[in-house]
Design a protein around this ligand. Sequence first.
Ligand code: ARG
Ligand code: ZN
Ligand code: CA
Length: 184
Amino acid sequence: MADVEITFALAGINRRTSSKTSWGTRDAMKYAKRGGIDATDAANNLNIWVCEIGGGILGYAQFPGGKSATDGIVIGTDYFGENTAGGIYGDGRTATHEVGHWLNLRHIWGDGGCSVDDYVSDTPISDRPNYLCPGSIEHCGTTDMTMNYMDYVQDDCMYMFSVGQNDRMRTLFGNNGGRESFVP
Ligand code: ARG
Ligand code: ZN
Ligand code: CA
């Protein structure tokens, strides 16, 4: 278990009224000309768009190395912060998970079978996401780290990043690391 020791300071909040009830996952919310709000200086800010995504999607993120206009994370309105409307996803952990992606973490099952890795050595191999609050469960011959923020369990059953994930995230802030522009 790792304390990644990355903190964020709120730079500002931009709001725009919209009648759109479902923004989808193709970045419309990130463009003023499509009814959304343009990113603010993505080299120095983690942009978080909060809006109705639709389709049962809790959130999504852009990995390091992508376009600055779309860099950041998107969180469904009901799943942002502490929100009873979010039900079992109402404790704000979608943002934690998406920030993990934004800092280059993959899902712990690597989005594939037992031979597909998440590029982190201390998260056991798995071949699928876990949901709800499964307790001890084995896949690919090892016990899944279901309590990891990068699995799909409910918010109050995920509570950790591993040391390997910590290292993978912090590497981004080194030389040519992908998020180096955030280092003052
Ligand atoms: N499905 C989303 C993703 O893969 C978010 C999952 C967040 N899980 C949670 N328990 N809040 O990016
Ligand atoms: Zn994810
Ligand atoms: Ca692993």
